[in-house]
Design a protein around this ligand. Sequence first.
Ligand SMILES: [Mg+2]
Length: 189
Amino acid sequence: MRIGSDLDSCILDTATIILEKLGKPGKRLYNSISRYNIEESLNIPMNIVEKVIEYVLNLEDIPYLLDVEKYLPRVYSLCEEFSIITLRKTKMLRIIHQYIKNILGDGNEFRIYLCNRYNNGNPNKVDIVKKLDLDIFIEDRFSTAVDVAENTSCKVFLFDQPWNRRDHHGLTRVYSWQDIYNKLIEMGN
Ligand SMILES: [Mg+2]
C-alpha cells in the first residue's frame, strides 16, 4: 500500500500553536474555526496572521496530534511507501524530515514532496498523488481532499478538523491515526 499524508493539522498540531501565538489559545476557540483560513474565523488582520503562521512553520517543536506517535508507526508498517505531501517551503525540508524521523526512527525511509499552487493559490496535490500512484491520501483541507478525490483514483481520508466539517461522498472522514490504522486493517481484510 502506498500512503501519503499532509503534515500540518494531520500529523502536527499546527493550528493549536498558531492560535496560542496569536494570543487566542483554547480548545473552544479551536473548535469554532469553521474556515481553513484562520483569519476568516478570528477577528485578526490578515498580515498579522500571516506573520504568525510563518513564525510557527519555522518552529521545530510543534507537538504531534493526539495519537500520532503511537499509531503512525503502525500505519507505516502497513505501507510499501510512505510520503508526506505538503505546501511547506523548500527551506523547511530539514525540519519536516526531523519531525517524521523522530516518530519512525532510524532506517525507516519516507519521502517528502513539496507541492505547487494552482493559479488561484490552492495547493495542487493532485499531480503528486497521481505521480506516486497513491492508494491512500490523508488531508485536512477540504478543498484539497475533494480535488484529489475527484481527479485521481486514490482513496482520500479527510482528517477531521473543525474547519472541514462538510460532507462529500468521495471522502472518508477519519478522526485519529488509530482510526486510520483500523480502517486500513479493515480494508485489507
Ligand atoms: Mg493540513
